[in-house]
Design a protein around this ligand. Sequence first.
Ligand code: CTP
Length: 123
Amino acid sequence: MKKVITYGTFDLFHKGHYNILKRAKELGDYLIVGVTGDNYDRERGKLSVQDSLATRIENVRETGFADLIIVEEYLGQKIQDIINYDVDILVVGSDWKGKFDHLSKYCEVKYLERTKNISSTQI
Ligand code: CTP
């Protein structure tokens, strides 16, 4: 079974989020989605998040693409998740191109093109 993982804040859930989850799911059989915890977002300087963690998780759940939803709570968690869940592919948006290449020791890293002209910050 091919396992895929992807991460995000998924604030003010929009079409770009839907598209990347759909494409991530299509790359394998089982999709894990890591939603950033409120503290983790604050720590990394993302202060404009509007939706609660519960709402952001619910919006991801409603797409029906995620087989498992986890919370991303600290820097360095990705590597643990990849090992613990025996992940085959990490999917990341092209805004992060090159930033996760160090994880290719543990799984395939795929950068997918972002959906044009939409972002939570913009909304
Ligand atoms: N994403 C995408 N296309 C967009 C917006 C986001 O493919 N137009 C992807 C991101 O690359 C990431 C995932 O969706 O892999 C979650 O992104 P997130 O950072 O939560 O969303 P943004 O809308 O980019 O939020 P912000 O504007 O706060 O950075």
